[in-house]
Design a protein around this ligand. Structure first.
Ligand SMILES: *Cc1c(COP(=O)(O)O)cnc(C)c1O
Length: 508
């Protein structure tokens, strides 16, 4: 197998790849630049008549060097790439904390309606009334599901939503003349984006330890509180898959100390329609529409992370926001006299994701959303019960919420690590679960089946996982350490790729 300059295996100039054909998988696909030609295009265009351009010194003087491909060549390139991909449309995708659920095709149909898909953010507001109404309807659902007072729709992902919520918190402290509050409390089990967000805004992060049962230690929170604390960033249900039993007491303690409660809402799928976070005392929470509300994600595709805000933070909502007036929904684009902390993104947010999420809500109804959450929790507990036969679970004596957390204790002495185990899952046709997160658990395996899976699929998955665990115990180390053998690519140098990314194609 030859390598291109980016270090990817390439078959340019070859028709088959022996290692790939042995496993009946596709050979890896060359880049467009390697299969295309610079002298041809895929379309016939008439020659352009001479014209006066207004580019001045910006006129290009060198050829653009885009690869030219015919439509079938282009089509095949992308279809082949798509077949190298694992997706929720091809099988169970147990990536914990990521809520890889089915995206109903009705969502796609609605998102493609021209009134939503063919509009431009700079169009006059009077021409996009329908889209604004859909946006306000989604905003109303989000506020109702969380029992909160306002929602900022523009953040583009969960982490961006964290930034938005924390900026609202900072604005609220500044307004009260308490800009000196410099500490944010973050439990040790938090997603990495939480401390990163706090640090990005210049806060000092103070870690809060967990108790032996995996939940936050309220006495550690109380001990850490001081007039310097701006907020706590807490995930509920937490990243160990457990509902925080002291969440209300923690909220009360935080508020009594003059700080705010940021809730990481990435795990909302476990409680939507069942528990209203507003009732638990949260002040700000992002909702990953691309997790809980089924809009597709993975591969860096568009996400959407609206942030709901409590009454105390509502005045600081970033523009643009939608205000309900007697004559309908009004889009507020400028800060004006309001206390809004400003603008977070150029435009209004991800319309395609909004349409999909709203479609998901309207087609499920309030009762259907609650049912989906309950089914997600039931599925996770079913898997937990089946896997507990051989897998070790650090907090196994309690029911879990929508995800099951295992550690690597059951692999002790086998010579197989969590990483090896997950690679062997690829050979069995499954995407691995989330590994080594949360950090508080050794060799963590976080498994989230979501409500999308049937009993049959759950059983098939559990059978495979138990068979792998038996193989590890039976000393079949090689099966794990050499895995994956059936994937188009073997073990990748992920650290090298992260430390030294090659993001640009360079001509050979
Ligand atoms: C996914 C996730 C985030 C970040 O969300 P993005 O949309 O990926 O930015 C934050 N916290 C938790 C617990 C998550 O699972």
């Amino acid at each position: 197998m030859s390598m291109n300059q980016q270090g990817r295996p390439t078959n340019a100039g070859k028709t088959t790849d022996s290692s790939a054909s042995e496993s009946a998988l596709l050979p890896s696909e060359p880049l467009l630049f390697e299969i295309g030609s610079k002298d041809h295009t895929g379309v016939d265009l008439p020659d352009v008549k001479p014209f006066n351009h207004r580019l001045g010194a910006f006129k290009r003087t060198t050829p653009l060097e885009l690869p030219g491909l015919s439509e079938p060549e282009t089509m095949r390139h992308y279809v082949r790439l798509s077949r190298l991909n694992y997706s929720i449309d091809s099988g169970l995708y147990p990536l914990g904390s990521c809520t890889m659920k089915h995206n109903p095709r009705l969502n796609e149909k609605m998102a493609r309606l021209p009134g939503f898909s063919q509009i431009h953010p700079l169009q006059p507001v009077s021409t996009v009334g329908g889209a604004i109404e859909a946006l306000s309807e989604l905003a109303r659902w989000l506020m109702k599901l969380t029992r909160t007072s306002a929602v900022a729709m523009s953040p583009k992902a969960g982490a961006h939503g964290e930034l938005c919520g924390m900026m609202a918190i900072r604005a609220a402290h500044l307004e009260k003349g308490e800009g000196n509050r410099s500490i944010v409390l973050v439990p040790e089990s938090a997603h990495g984006t939480n401390p990163a967000t706090a640090a990005f805004l210049g806060y000092k992060v103070k870690a809060i330890p967990a108790k032996a049962d995996g939940t936050v230690d309220i006495s550690a929170v109380e001990d850490a509180l001081s007039p310097d604390v701006a907020a706590i960033m807490l995930t509920n249900p937490n990243t160990c898959g457990l509902f925080e039993p002291d969440v209300k007491k923690i909220a009360d303690a935080i508020h009594a100390a003059g700080a705010y409660f940021y809730c990481d809402g990435a795990n909302f799928n476990a409680i939507m329609g069942v528990v209203c976070p507003g009732d638990l005392g949260i002040d700000a929470m992002h909702i990953n529409l691309h997790k809980t509300f089924s809009t597709p994600h993975g591969g860096g595709g568009p996400g959407a992370g609206p942030v709901v805000l409590s009454k105390a933070l509502a005045p600081f909502t970033p523009v643009p926001f939608i205000r309900e007036t007697a004559s309908g929904s009004e889009l507020v684009e400028h800060v004006g006299e309001s206390k809004s902390f400003g603008r977070l993104t150029a435009f209004h947010g991800q319309m395609g994701m909004f349409t999909r999420a709203l479609t998901y809500m309207l087609s499920h109804g309030g009762d259907g959303l609650a049912q989906a959450a309950k089914d997600a929790v039931l599925n996770a507990n079913y898997l937990k019960a089946r896997l507990s036969e051989l897998f070790s679970m650090p907090y196994g004596e309690q029911f879990c919420m929508h995800e099951v957390l295992c550690d690597d204790d059951f692999l002790k002495g086998t010579g197989v690590t969590t990483l090896d185990f997950s690679k062997a899952m690829i050979d069995e046709g499954y995407h691995p679960m989330t590994m080594y997160f949360p950090l508080v658990v050794h060799g963590a395996m976080l498994i989230e089946p979501t409500e999308s899976e049937s009993l049959k699929e759950l059983d098939r998955f559990a059978d495979t996982m138990l068979e792998l665990a038996r193989a590890a115990h039976a000393g079949e180390v090689e099966r794990f350490t050499s895995a994956p053998t059936k994937a188009p690519l073997r073990r990748l140098d992920e650290t090298g790729a992260a430390r030294n990314p090659k993001l640009k194609w360079t001509k050979e």
